[in-house]
Design a protein around this ligand. Structure first.
Ligand code: DON
Length: 309
């Protein structure tokens, strides 16, 4: 099923090719605790649906997964709610706006365009706050199980740093509350959201964690499905249209896979039926997506001849 060429040396080769791009992007500066991360980190890992793993560079170094966690919170919500209960509060359309924009939210009566922009993820966290007694603990349990790593944890410094600079996300949440699309205490939900974003994971752990999206909702090393096959397909569809924010079109064109980025510089990408790929390079492009990370995915897609299109 896999091209014979997918191995560690291919991944090494790809990192060598994209390393010169370091210096062309910008490390996220709006969360002070993230601004200190070295731009020279560069890692890539692949986990196949049969459990084969490949990696290169800083694939085992943990970093702040940030918005990649929005896929996990949506997954958790799908296990706790009827689909209609989720989609009456958040849409499925690309936003065409930066991930933390307020403008569209005001014009569209407090209903976020999709679950991957900050307003959408905050609504999803609000839903989780309602149905889970300990949403932070539950997320840790799920992630540790999926990754097979019991010591995965939140980076408390990053979570605190975001909380201290939470004006924009707080404004988003209060705006949604004013439209009746937010049930719980805003500060409580913000804390949950910031902790989810502050999960520290490596590329190798991310690739293993998210392989359920390549495997019809079935995690690695477990007999229990996390999602129905249809739900895994639906999340992949949303990742294609909204996972890379305003860069979704460019990413579909260049990489051709469902993807989700985080401002920590991580990206996960899915080859349905085959594998999950995770990359990390902290410098971002103008849309807030890892610059060298996207280039690495583009090269890998070409070399192994994979695209969903
Ligand atoms: O709320 C925020 O702005 C960050 N915690 C997450 C943003 C993010 O990762 C967007 N992704 N590229």
């Amino acid at each position: 099923m896999l091209g014979t060429e997918l191995d560690n040396s291919l991944l090494e080769d790809i990192l060598t090719q994209v390393r010169p791009l370091i210096g062309r992007g910008k490390v996220a500066g709006y969360i002070p605790a993230l601004a200190d991360v070295s731009p020279y980190n560069l890692g890539i890992a692949v986990c196949t649906t049969s459990g084969e793993t490949f990696s290169a560079g800083d694939a085992d170094s943990r970093f702040s997964i940030q918005s990649i966690s929005k896929v996990l919170s949506l997954t958790l919500a799908l296990t706790r709610y009827q689909e209609s209960e989720i989609w009456q509060r958040v849409g499925k359309e690309p936003s065409g706006q930066p991930f933390n924009s307020l403008v569209q939210l005001e014009l569209e009566q407090g209903k976020p365009r999709n679950p991957f922009i900050n307003p959408g993820a905050l609504v999803v966290c609000d839903l989780l706050q309602t149905r889970l007694t300990a949403p932070r603990q539950r997320m840790l349990e799920v992630v540790r199980q999926l990754a097979g790593m019991p010591d995965i944890n939140y980076d408390r410094d990053v979570a605190r740093s975001e909380f201290e600079h939470s004006d924009r996300n707080a404004a988003i949440a209060y705006l949604m509350k004013s439209f009746g699309n937010f049930d719980n205490d805003v500060i409580t939900v913000l804390q949950t959201y910031f902790h989810y974003c502050a999960l520290r994971m490596s590329c190798a752990e991310l690739a293993r964690t998210f392989v359920y999206l390549a495997n019809k909702g079935q995690p690695l090393g477990s007999d229990d499905a996390l999602l129905e096959p249809r739900q895994a397909r639906q999340i992949n569809a949303l990742m294609v249209t909204s996972g890379m924010y305003d860069g979704a079109g460019e990413f579909a064109y260049r990489v051709g896979m469902p993807g989700k980025s985080g401002v920590g510089g991580g990206i996960i990408a899915i080859v349905p039926g085959e594998m999950c790929i995770a990359v990390w390079s902290p410098e971002l492009d103008a849309a807030g997506n890892s610059l060298a990370g996207t280039a690495a995915l583009e090269k890998l897609a070409q070399r192994i001849g994979r695209s969903i299109f």
